[in-house]
Design a protein around this ligand. Structure first.
Ligand code: GLN
Length: 484
């Protein structure tokens, strides 16, 4: 199990560990995780030692000379395979982009490299980030390191599994409706979806542009804060990124739970919630309260419309974003087709998986003449109502909101793959943050049936600092209980 960032930095700085040694052992453990039976399947591609040779040599020299180095100097980071890198392919877990080399790098990747991080590989995902189990990948599933018969969650299942298995201390995922937080919950790690606009989406392959955000995964809140400080901030290549100061979040997390007002919405503890998941969450809230947080029961009345609204908006935007995979400009092209339309039809027919096709069909329908207002329009109106629920709660003095991250623990491989609606319901508690553009984090709060349970905290828009401070306090309040 690789140590956290703070410990690694200390080891590198004191020269107890060299960057080349660290990289060598990381690449070896990654290879080992896939040599097992069954393979973990966290990575779709892994960097070769030779790819990182110059960067590693420069870093080792800088450490040796005691030079100033970046905040993530020598730290291995895994990147979800829907984020563009020029050093490794970007397939989005789709056959249609198999082997695709992006001509430019995502802003987050450029910022990681500038901070000295080593991009060690690209992680598995549900095709185009559509799914909740990583079983929709065109290249085989990722397994949950806690129990290989179970899914790691999704769509950032590869990133969550890589962190949970101790292969890397940090990973990037993307979260459109829960894809960072739900796998974090299933694998027992921490995952943050920042406020919409906090992190540049430039170089993130678009799924649903008004909901997508890139977010960090790590084993503790401090490491999440560190990675967020590196990737956040305005970017002229993403007009939806927001020009707000980016503090060194990790330096001011220790305010503790004293006086923090935590709202607990009744709608997120429905009768059909797994009772042991509910109990683990309630226990975490009680510990929080004992340490000085003020817990208030609140109501977010439009919650029950969130999943349908999410799927109207997300599918509509996806159908439009995925129109670009036409067999002409990117990746796969079906050979032997005799007309332009046939090239489109055959390429898309062969290249996309079932779930992606289902969403393109539903989304196109929802945007078609005569239905646009009834479907996409209704989705947008409900979205507003959900955002107003949160605005009201925060206006009444709530600092953060606590909910379970997912209604169940990790389910078995194959258990939900033939029932899309059941699969979509894994996201009931996470889609609201995307619809309302709010920051939200999942942290481990306990174990039931031997499997991790995540608790979710949601914060005010762009108040990642308070959210992370609360998450750190909750992490400490829960302590060892997260492992029991
Ligand atoms: N599981 C949700 C979906 O299938 C969310 C995916 C995501 O956040 N990328 O759409």
């Amino acid at each position: 199990m690789i140590p956290g960032v703070r410990e690694l930095r200390e080891a590198l700085r004191s020269r107890r560990l060299r960057v080349d040694e660290l990289l060598g052992s990381v690449l070896q453990t990654i290879a080992g995780s896939d040599a097992k039976e069954p393979p973990l399947g966290a990575f779709l591609s892994v960097a070769g030692e030779e790819d990182l040779l110059t960067q590693v040599a420069d870093l080792d020299r800088a450490f040796e000379n005691g030079d100033e180095v970046g905040p993530l100097a020598g730290i291995p980071v895994a990147v979800k395979d829907n984020i563009c890198t020029t050093s490794l392919p970007t397939s989005c877990g789709s056959r249609i982009l198999e082997g695709y080399m992006a001509p430019y790098e995502a802003t987050v990747v450029r910022r990681l490299r500038a901070a000295g991080a080593l991009i060690v590989g690209k992680t598995n995902l549900d095709e185009f980030a559509m799914g909740s189990s990583t079983e929709n990948s065109g290249f085989g599933p990722t397994r949950n390191p806690v129990d290989p018969e179970r899914v790691p969650g999704g769509s950032s299942g590869g990133s969550a599994a890589a962190v949970a298995a101790g292969l890397v201390p940090l990973a990037l995922g993307s979260d459109t409706g829960g894809s960072v937080r739900q796998p974090a919950s299933f694998c027992g790690v921490v995952g943050l979806k920042p406020s919409y606009g906090r992190v540049s989406r430039y170089g993130l392959v678009a799924f649903a542009s008004s909901l997508d955000q890139i977010g960090p995964l790590a084993r503790n809140v401090e490491d999440i804060a560190m990675l967020l400080s590196v990737i956040a901030g305005v970017d002229r290549f993403d007009s939806t990124s927001v020009d707000l100061p980016v503090p060194a979040f990790q330096d001011s997390l220790d305010a503790g739970p004293e006086g923090l007002v935590v709202g607990v919405p009744s709608e997120y503890f429905p009768d059909d919630l797994d009772p042991r998941v509910a109990a683990a969450c309630r226990a975490a809230i009680e510990r929080f309260e004992r340490l000085g947080a003020e817990v208030r029961e609140i109501s977010l009345p439009h919650t029950r419309y969130a999943v349908p609204a999410y799927y109207l908006v997300a599918n509509a935007e996806a159908s439009s974003n995925l129109a670009r995979y036409d067999g002409v400009r990117y990746g796969l092209r079906s050979s032997g087709a005799e007309s332009t339309i046939a090239v489109y039809r055959e390429t898309r027919g062969a290249g996309f998986g079932r779930e992606v096709k289902r969403r393109i069909v539903l989304g196109t329908y929802g945007l078609s003449a005569g239905y646009y207002d009834a479907y996409y329009g209704t989705g947008q109106r409900v979205r507003r109502l959900i955002a107003e629920d949160f605005e009201r709660a925060f206006a009444e003095g709530v600092d953060v909101i606590f909910t379970p991250t997912a209604p169940t623990v990790a389910f078995r491989l194959g258990e939900r793959i033939d029932d899309p609606v059941l699969m979509y319901l894994s996201d009931v508690f996470t889609v609201t943050a995307n619809l309302a553009r709010l920051p939200a984090i999942s942290i481990p709060v306990g174990r039931v049936y031997g499997l991790p349970v995540g608790g979710q905290l949601l914060g005010r828009e762009f108040d990642e600092l308070k959210l992370l401070t609360a998450a750190r306090a909750l992490e400490q309040a829960v302590g060892e209980a997260a492992l029991e």
